[in-house]
Design a protein around this ligand. Sequence first.
Ligand code: FAD
Length: 222
Amino acid sequence: MTYTLTLQEIEAVTPDTHKLTFNRPEGFDFEAGQATELAIQKDGLRDEGRPFTMTSRPSDKHLEFVIKSYPDHEGVTAEIPNLGMTDQVKATPPFGAITDHGPGVFIAGGAGITPFISILRKQQQEGEGQAQLIFANKSEDDIILKEMWQSMPNVAETFVVDKAEQSDVRADRVDKSLLQELVDETEQPFYICGPGAMVDDVRDALRSMGVADKNIITEDGW
Ligand SMILES: Cc1cc2nc3c(=O)[nH]c(=O)nc-3n(C[C@H](O)[C@H](O)[C@H](O)COP(=O)(O)OP(=O)(O)OC[C@H]3O[C@@H](n4cnc5c(N)ncnc54)[C@H](O)[C@@H]3O)c2cc1C
């Protein structure tokens, strides 16, 4: 079973990341944080499905994705900047382990922010309590939707980068000492998404701080 999505809008959100808006086909239901496998309907790519997360809310009329391109992989994401209006993709039924378990601490690296875009937008819509976002990137230019995070009243954000030039980002690493400084309650949901090594390191740090596995929400295979 696949769904056909038609591109309605594409815009750059960082130097290598685009926001894509598609129509939402009948019956394409999902939980905030879930993903689908997209296959671009162009010669040579039709069989090359890759997982991407819906960044729109389950209640929205359209489907939105935020996709980072890796030109040196010469794979699917290298083609994203070349897509135009009316280009089509096939989508599988949604799947994924990261879903909304209520306000908590959201820890993301790079494009690993995508499930949290949908979940935190939904929490804001539903008037949920305060969440904390710790978002790591190489540089300030790589921070996806920085202004949106800063404008969300239900999100207290900390941007962590390798090299900081602005006062609203800090040069640091997401490790145990940073988590101990920023987090004062271990009995709450901790969401982690990003490169595999980062997820492993953050999960270990949280466990050593006494966070129970049942409170750690993550997805392998990014
Ligand atoms: C559940 C889930 C949800 C996801 N959601 C999103 C999302 O919303 N947004 C997003 O941007 N990403 C997301 N990702 C990550 C995304 O799926 C990958 O970035 C994407 O599959 C990369 O596809 P690609 O074809 O460009 O490259 P790949 O399929 O990674 O690679 C293509 C080829 O390039 C080569 N290659 C691989 N790695 C390298 C390397 N480091 N250097 C050089 N060559 C290499 C290999 O030969 C490979 O066959 C998600 C992943 C998962 C698991």
